[in-house]
Design a protein around this ligand. Structure first.
Ligand code: ZN
Length: 257
């Protein structure tokens, strides 16, 4: 069967002398692996379309009995030239494709997840400041998409609302297993739990309620607050997505930035 579908390039690995094996996140079939024959030839028909983070139109021969399908065509669909000209943007983009890869089982269609990934890469590419906000938005939307929408407006133990601000004024504690937070009244001597400020809870609420993705890019936060927001989202993701490992690109960029 010939499949023509939009895709995000997740990984590209060298194969034999001149070829590449790619992992794509496709709109119509989810995650698939394809062989791009001759991709490393100088005159390759695939051009620059096989780099990780590229959003492409791909055509491949799909065979049910195979794990690796044969790529026949691949063209850039959405040019994202700024993803790789700044380390902060590159870090955001790499983290997005790593998550997309880890959160998706092979060949399981999820058009919403594809659209979320494409939008997130586009936001990072266009960001003049705070490209990491696109990653936080993607992480929050991903949790929702895979069925683990965090509970952010009430305590997951006593159920009291956070909305008047009183129960989060002195901070809350992360309870990733229950998908939310414990209010100050419910925190019981669990020393290792992550303490979250009320301000961080409010930012997480704004990310979750974002209707127009671009508005998330305008959420301003200090570096300290951003690291709590990011740490909280990561804790939820690590708890709920089995195949997710601590980010490889994060470790690399931590050494560079
Ligand atoms: Zn409570």
């Amino acid at each position: 069967m010939i499949v023509a579908t939009d895709a995000i390039v997740l990984r590209a690995m060298k194969y034999r002398d001149t070829s590449k094996i790619l992992r794509l996140y496709t709109r119509d079939m989810g995650k698939v692996s394809v062989l791009a024959k001759g991709a490393r030839d100088r005159k390759s028909k695939f051009g620059a379309s096989l780099e990780p983070m590229s959003v492409v139109r791909s055509v491949f021969y799909w065979k049910a009995s195979r794990e690796l399908h044969l790529l026949s065509q691949c063209d850039l669909l959405l040019p994202l030239p700024h993803l790789s000209d700044d380390l902060h943007r590159m870090r955001g983009g790499m983290a997005i494709i790593e998550l997309l890869d880890a959160a998706s089982p092979a060949e399981e269609k999820n058009e919403t997840l594809f659209a979320l990934g494409r939008t997130a890469l586009h936001l990072v590419n266009n960001a003049t400041k705070r490209p990491e906000n696109a990653l936080y938005l993607f992480e929050m939307s991903l949790l929702d998409n895979v069925g683990f929408r965090p509970i952010l407006h009430r305590c997951v133990s006593c159920g009291e609302s956070f909305d008047d601000g009183r129960r989060i004024a002195r901070g809350v504690e992360l309870d990733a297993a229950r998908g939310g937070f414990l209010c100050a009244g419910c925190v019981g001597g669990r020393g290792e739990a992550l303490r979250i400020s009320g301000a961080a809870v409010k930012i997480l609420q704004r990310l979750q309620e974002t209707q127009v993705p671009e508005t998330a890019m305008r959420i301003a936060m200090s570096e300290a607050l951003a690291s709590v927001v990011h740490g909280t989202l990561r804790a939820f993701l690590l708890h709920h997505i089995d195949s997710l490992k601590p980010s490889k690109s994060e470790a690399v960029f931590a050494g560079l930035l």
